[in-house]
Design a protein around this ligand. Sequence first.
Ligand code: AMP
Length: 118
Amino acid sequence: MTIFSKIVSGEIPCNKVLENEEFLAFHDINPKAPVHILIIPKKEYKCFQEVDPKIMVGLTEFTQKVAKLLGLDESGYRLITNNGSDGGQEVMHLHFHLLGGSKLSWNHLSDSDSHKFL
Ligand code: AMP
């Protein structure tokens, strides 16, 4: 059971933003932007690569609602999913990071061969 499944079951608390039968949005415990929300399907998919594409329709609608609820729909935001080892995924339960609340930087993202990307 992943830590996010424990949040879904209520075993671990979270700072909830929005929930429905299939999805949950809550504040990231270690925010990397003024607004940093995690959006997860309650069903445990390991990562984006393994998700049933059909759930992405509902997840898209849910994510748009969360952005609107937080007033980010007009100002803008970034939506990220880290997939697997090179993607930097730490929690093996599919989640999207919704980041906003200020202008976000877009620096080089790789530790190696960074000169290639400048
Ligand atoms: P990732 O590296 O994409 O797997 O991101 C995992 C995210 O989960 C990180 O941004 C963590 O800060 C966040 N996180 C881990 N545990 C918790 C928790 N109990 N409540 C909220 N966010 C968490």
